[in-house]
Design a protein. Structure first.
Length: 79
């Protein structure tokens, strides 16, 4: 997954699918900021409540950690 700036404050996220196709979505600056704040507020209680088991909760936490890191590097989240 990558994130790069497009126009003033906007962000684009790209995810490569299993088939190797790049799927892309654009966020306005406000949307990216709101998403960053949302993922920053999630914690173990939400991960474990939403997962089928503890292993699944750990995978979700790892994924959210990566998204938080990406959003921080893109300037939408401060740690």
């Amino acid at each position: 997954m990558s994130s790069n700036s497009t126009t003033s404050g906007d962000a684009t996220m790209t995810i490569a699918t299993v088939a190797g196709v790049a799927e892309e979505i654009a966020f306005s600056e406000a949307e990216a900021f709101a998403l960053a704040q949302f993922v920053n507020r999630q914690g173990w209680a939400e991960f474990s409540a939403s997962a089928a088991d503890e292993a699944g909760a750990f995978l979700v936490k790892q994924s959210v950690d990566k998204l938080q890191d990406l959003m921080t590097r893109a300037g939408f989240l401060q740690r």
